[in-house]
Design a protein around this ligand. Structure first.
Ligand code: CMP
Length: 139
């Protein structure tokens, strides 16, 4: 328990950034099912990443090791060259490979310079396991 706790590093962010991440999580059908304490921890553990217009952030078929919340900018989702949709501020992306342990179901390319919040898969798993365990122990 001690070692798990020690590796959950928090990254400081503004109240507005925390709110944006929380809102994105609540809008996502899968992540909104997390317990309140798990969502709080997820918000604290996310760290910032920027990508330039044109950059591929997610590549279809690759193993996924992080999930993202779009903070700023616009990205395009495609599969086998077919455009599936666009992602803008306040949206979770890259969660499927993390939740289902599958390879990336689509590619995502930045259309503008973008700012993203990132959560590593290992941290996501610790949050779901650790806080799940604590709750179980209380029963
Ligand atoms: P993941 O499969 O991890 O990586 C690609 C991401 O694109 C995926 O998670 C979803 O977040 C997103 N995605 C997949 N399919 C679609 C779709 N049809 N429309 C919009 N977004 C999608």
């Amino acid at each position: 328990e001690q070692t798990k706790q020690a590796t959950l590093q928090h990254h400081s962010k503004s109240a507005g950034a925390k709110q944006l991440i929380r809102d994105a999580v609540q809008k996502n059908d899968f992540l909104k099912q997390l317990a309140k304490e798990q969502i709080i921890e997820l918000v604290e553990c996310m760290y910032e990443m920027r990508a330039r217009a044109g950059q591929w952030v997610i590549q279809e078929g690759e193993p996924g090791d992080r999930l993202f919340v779009v903070a700023e900018g616009e990205l395009q989702v495609s599969r086998e060259g077919q455009v599936l949709g666009k992602m803008r501020s306040g949206i979770v992306m890259g969660e499927l490979a993390i939740l289902y342990n599958c390879t990336r179901t689509a590619s995502v390319q930045a259309l503008t310079d973008v700012q993203l919040w990132v959560l590593d898969r290992s941290v996501f798993q610790m949050i779901t396991q650790r806080l799940g365990m604590e709750r179980h122990n209380q029963l």
